[in-house]
Ligand binder design. Structure first.
Ligand SMILES: Nc1nc2c(ncn2[C@@H]2O[C@H](COP(=O)(O)OP(=O)(O)OP(=O)(O)O)[C@@H](O)[C@H]2O)c(=O)[nH]1
Length: 382
């Protein structure tokens, strides 16, 4: 109980701080904060009937768990910044080292180019940055560590683009029939961290005072639904799932959204499998999920989860999902495991949509809203 008292004390604080960076202001909120500790049976609540031919079961309600108190969102970017800085940050450190040399030769510029390419910044953004740096070093005669760092910070920031809208649409949507939950569909190939991200995001939303329903539409792997239920249970969030391996993911997604609607939830987060080997199959599956969900509520976000350590491979995935899934935001996971932060720039360019969230580790609160300035400062080791 003592833990839970902390939750109620924390919620108003987190709602203010978290709302600034991550979430759009709520419109027409109609529901109370997450299930209070006295109603633990809200976890894994029964679902509405499945569409014809696609039965969906729900697991029985477990015994009352002690609920976690998610870490406030506000401190997380600071953690990212220090992690990036601690990682040795080859990108920022190497660029600074070369740019600080007395007079830059062609070999030095080649070294800068190579560093950027190795950090997965991508060919287009690399040549843009090189042109900008060359011009400014020549024209402005920038010299000295402080001035060079300021120049590099400015130009890296321009590439990462602080003007992009990175807020998450997690406010209920107004429809003719009244407000319906925001629906966030999470897509990406297997192993990138989708289920983990859905679990972490549920915690962020709970910390923000939202009521959440999870939909385990990754029916390919039975353990994925267990994994998701565990995440939900820890913060008192119900999970709609099927225990039948290979059940129709669209049916589970539909039931999750219906459940959210019936219970007046603010947000429904839907995890998917993304295991399909070809574009046509992927398009069919995601198309069907989207079609059935939108019978209940419009899609508010389609988040593509990409593993930051996969480089060019990740970009290829981004391209395919971008074409078939109408992606509105990118979640870059495992940024803690790579020094190649340049992927942020490359993937935004590839898809034309912003990185909205980043994964910083395997801990339950290792998910942060992406902040361009903090990210660049982390790269520069400041
Ligand atoms: N280091 C690190 N590991 C992460 C991060 N996000 C996820 N992981 C790990 O990546 C592994 C795969 O995560 P899942 O969430 O199961 O991935 P998935 O995309 O749902 O995989 P499938 O269910 O197989 O499609 C797990 O071991 C996670 O703990 C992150 O930001 N950093």
């Amino acid at each position: 109980m003592e833990d839970l008292n902390w939750l109620w004390i924390l919620l108003p604080v987190v709602a203010v701080v978290g709302g600034a960076g991550l979430l759009v202001p709520r419109r027409g909120r109609k529901s109370a904060p997450p299930a209070p500790p006295t109603a633990p049976t809200a976890v894994e609540t029964p679902v509405a009937p499945a569409p014809a031919g696609a039965p969906v079961d729900t697991a029985p309600a477990p015994a009352a768990p002690a609920l976690d108190v998610p870490e406030p969102v506000s401190g997380r970017m600071v953690r990212l910044r220090s992690r990036l800085a601690r990682s040795g940050s080859p990108l920022g450190a190497k660029l600074l080292a070369v740019l600080s040399r007395d007079s830059l030769t062609e070999d030095d510029w080649d070294e800068i180019e190579e560093t950027l390419l190795l950090a997965d910044v991508g060919a287009g953004p690399t040549s843009e940055l090189l042109d900008a740096l060359r011009t400014r070093v020549r024209v402005e005669g920038v010299q000295g560590t402080t001035a060079v760092r300021a120049l590099l910070r400015e130009e890296l920031l321009r590439l990462v683009d602080p003007t992009m809208d990175r807020s998450l649409a997690t406010a209920p949507t107004d429809t003719d029939g009244g407000p319906v939950p925001a629906v966030v569909l999470v897509v990406g190939v297997n192993g990138t961290g989708k289920t983990t991200t859905v679990g972490k995001l549920a915690r962020v939303l709970v910390a923000d005072g939202s009521s959440v329903v999870l939909g385990a539409a990754d029916t390919f792997r039975a353990a994925a639904a267990d994994q998701l239920s565990t995440w939900g249970r820890r913060v008192g969030v119900p999970t709609v799932r099927s225990d039948r391996e290979g059940a129709d993911p669209a049916a589970v997604a539909f039931d999750a959204v219906r459940q959210g609607r019936t219970t007046g939830a603010d947000v429904v987060l839907v995890d998917t499998a993304g295991r399909l080997q070809n574009k046509a199959g992927l398009m069919d599956e995601l198309g069907k999920i989207t079609r059935v969900i939108t019978k209940e509520a419009p899609l508010s976000e389609v988040l593509l989860v990409l593993d930051a350590t996969t480089g060019q491979n990740g970009l290829n995935q981004a391209r395919v999902f971008g074409e078939v899934a109408g992606v509105t935001g990118i979640v870059l996971t495992k940024l803690d495991g790579t020094a190649k932060g340049g992927i942020v720039v490359a993937v935004q360019r590839e898809l034309g949509v912003p990185v909205k969230l980043i994964g910083l580790g395997e801990g339950p609160d290792d998910l942060a809203p992406f902040d361009a300035e903090q990210f660049v400062d982390g790269l520069l080791g400041s």
